[in-house]
Design a protein around this ligand. Structure first.
Ligand code: FES
Length: 112
């Protein structure tokens, strides 16, 4: 089930924002006019990825603590020390609202 987390206009271009969606920490990332939603927790330790740096051309987000970079499309850990992926959720803009479904992980199916 999709949950409205904010309006698209509330998200600054090329930014990451943390939301709690049905009890799940989610980083909503806006790159230009595109939206991505990933678990807002580094897989190396429990730190918020939305506080890290965005790599816009690579569509990646970097953990501020030890520098692991994660692919926003696949969730794959691109650089060490993290080796495990992060969850990627379905996100879309409907009538100006950003909707996320945390019960369905991209590439994996139902998450609960
Ligand atoms: S906590 Fe994120 S790379 Fe170590």
């Amino acid at each position: 089930m999709s949950t409205v987390v904010c309006t698209f206009a509330e998200l600054a271009p090329n930014s990451a924002t943390r939301f709690m969606v049905d009890g799940v920490p989610v980083a909503i990332v806006r790159l230009g006019d595109d939206i991505y939603a990933v678990g807002d927790m580094c897989s190396h330790a429990d730190l918020s990825l939305s506080e890290g740096e965005l790599w816009c051309d690579e569509k990646a987000i970097e953990c501020w603590k030890h520098g692991s970079r994660f692919d926003l499309v696949t969730g794959e850990a691109l650089t060490l020390p993290a080796t495990q992926p992060i969850p990627v959720f379905v996100a879309r803009v409907v009538d100006g609202n950003v909707e996320v479904d945390v019960e369905f992980e991209v590439g994996k199916g139902p998450s609960r």
